[in-house]
Design a protein around this ligand. Structure first.
Ligand SMILES: Nc1ncnc2c1ncn2[C@@H]1O[C@H](COP(=O)(O)OP(=O)(O)OP(=O)(O)O)[C@@H](O)[C@H]1O
Length: 555
């Protein structure tokens, strides 16, 4: 078997493994199935009874009894149908939420680098498509295809009971259908693969436009964006059409095949009636049984088509689930809070061609306040990325109280830091919700944080004070207000190490001086790492480091 084939089988097995928690449900579904198959088996026999012994023999009492039996069978069949639908909707919903939760948890644990190449629209669109495609294996259609085996078996028994000659005609369709499915499923898998890739590309492009909506307006990019939109959409629609046509051809040929069988049956059946070998009722019952075989055989073989539709999404989803997550190295704990931090001979490059740190060494003693300065692009934020374990150094060591930080439990380690970045992310909601992120801080502490950061003064002037909705990523706040809010957030967290990464670049002169005073004089016992381009902010720092040519020097 080819490697591709083996891979596909692995993916199908892995997809099917999502069904394993529902053994009880499947046993119940199996019982319903047996009942439905029994009913299905009896119906043509009852119709044969109505036709031959009721209508043809003009026996009213047989007719009445048989019609009543048929009505009961139909009713029972519908009740079973309803029970099956309920069962499968439940199984489908549980599988869907299981896969989506698994994906969401994975997403939150992924490395920062994963998010650098993708935007939100693209991530959401891909995950939604893939999760719903993979969860569709629990659709009634797929699972019930198994029932077709029963139906086919009961159908064949019924056929053989009436005429083996006609049975051969019915079964002759199977190899033809196998050939058709083999041809179409390969094409369909390729078409779906192209389609999900185009959709991914489209979502990425679409999301990028929304992120850059101000630039589109300011630079008058409507026309060019409009043109690209039409091109991309045309491409997607073309692929959708191609895919729909593959489906349509499959259905058309399948229907032609089934009708050919039925027409042949009428012809040969008619001849057998004329020769007196079969009754009219028997031929009608035979035609009904033949539908038990032809339809389900098609449905069963179409499973290959069905998996061809799921495969590209399943492949992408499993690749996503296999992405590297952040390393949570261990259970180590720091001895002191704040711990002594030390970079020793650290080298690091985002890519091999451009080393950023080349043997950087520096330390932050517990309770010390240090500043790091350096030109744009010299690697200051990179140092923080390494310290916060968003990236790992290529060589050298970063330790907290002498323990390599990679050996500390990640959540506990990050809990040591309050970080205020230059462009903090603000969640949808009001000011309070954005400062009290965990929702667990008391009102008094919240008030102090808002006042100390200077945010309280600004919030007072807003329409609903601290309950004012700030919009998407703080769109209704000024740059300085956003940063103040982020400072309040960090103060409320009250972590032993506070990091300011050009955190006050948007502050006016008075606010900056005020916050600097808070940092220098009112953060006793806390370690502070400040990255700044403002020389005024270096006053009162215990030590100032300059980052140059990938190395750190004290100045
Ligand atoms: N995720 C990344 N992938 C690849 N290269 C990166 C990445 N982040 C930063 N860089 C590159 O690394 C270098 C250092 O970036 P860094 O953000 O650490 O500089 P910085 O000193 O903080 O600059 P600034 O003062 O402008 O904020 C830059 O040349 C930048 O292009």
């Amino acid at each position: 078997m080819s490697r591709m084939g083996t891979n596909n089988h692995n993916i199908i097995w892995r997809t099917l493994s999502y069904l394993s928690p529902y053994k009880k449900e499947f046993v119940f579904a199996g019982l319903l199935l047996v009942a439905a198959t029994g009913i299905g088996f009896l119906q043509p026999l009852v119709i044969q009874e109505i036709t031959d012994k009721g209508m043809m023999a003009q026996d009213i009492s047989v007719l009445r009894r048989a019609v009543l039996a048929l009505a009961i069978l139909v009713l029972l069949g519908q009740v079973i149908e309803m029970a099956q639908t309920r069962l499968f909707v439940n199984v489908h919903n549980r599988t869907y939420s299981h896969i989506f939760l698994q994906t969401f948890r994975k997403l939150l644990g992924l490395k920062k680098s994963y998010f650098e190449d993708r935007n939100n629209a693209e991530i959401l669109s891909c995950l939604q498509t893939d999760v719903s495609q993979v969860a569709s294996i629990t659709d009634r259609y797929t699972v019930m295809s198994i029932s077709h085996v029963f139906r086919i078996a009961s159908g064949i028994v019924g056929l053989l009971l009436i005429s083996w000659k006609l049975t051969v005609i019915v079964l002759a369709m199977v190899p033809v259908k196998i050939l058709l499915v083999r041809r179409f499923s390969k094409r369909q898998e390729k078409a779906i693969d192209n389609m999900i890739e185009s959709n991914r590309d489209f979502s990425q492009w679409f999301g990028d436009n929304l992120e850059g909506i101000d630039e589109i307006k300011l630079w008058g990019l409507f026309e060019s964006r409009d043109r690209v939109f039409r091109e991309k959409l045309d491409g997607i629609l073309r692929l959708q059409k191609g895919n729909a046509m593959i489906d349509a051809w499959n259905i058309l040929l399948e229907s032609l095949l089934e009708w050919s069988v039925t027409i042949l049956l009428y012809l040969v059946g008619g001849l057998l009636i004329c020769s007196g070998s079969l009754t009219i009722g028997a031929v009608f019952a035979f035609v009904s049984y033949s539908w038990y075989v032809t339809g389900p055989v098609s449905a069963l073989l179409n499973l290959k088509m069905y998996f061809a539709r799921i495969l590209p999404s399943a492949r992408r989803l499993f690749k996503f689930l296999g992405q590297e997550t952040e390393q949570d190295g261990g259970k180590g704990k720091v001895k002191t809070q704040p711990p002594r931090l030390e970079f020793k001979d650290v080298t690091f490059a985002y890519n091999e061609k451009q080393p950023i740190l080349k043997g950087a060494s520096f330390r932050v003693e517990p309770g010390e306040k240090i500043a790091i300065i350096g030109r744009n692009g010299s690697g200051k934020s990179t140092i923080l990325n390494l310290l916060l374990r968003f990236y790992a150094p290529d060589s050298g060591s970063i330790t907290a109280d002498g323990v390599p930080i990679s050996q500390l439990a990640l959540n506990e380690y990050r809990a040591l830091f309050s970080v205020v970045s230059q462009e903090p992310y603000l969640f949808l909601g009001d000011i309070t919700e954005n400062v009290n992120l965990t929702g667990r801080a008391s009102q008094e502490r919240l008030k102090v944080a808002l006042e100390t950061s200077g945010m309280a003064n600004y919030a007072e002037r807003m329409p609903e004070g601290v309950k004012t909705q700030i919009g998407r990523n703080g769109a209704r706040l000024s740059g300085g207000e956003k940063q103040k809010l982020a400072v309040a957030r960090a103060l409320l967290k009250d972590a032993p190490i506070v990091i300011f990464d050009e955190a006050t670049s948007g502050f006016d002169v008075e606010s900056d001086a005020y916050l600097h005073d808070v940092v220098v004089n009112r953060m006793a016992g806390k370690s502070v790492i400040m990255i700044t381009h403002r020389y005024k902010n270096l006053e009162g720092m215990d030590r100032v480091y300059r980052l140059e040519n990938g190395q750190v020097a004290i100045i």
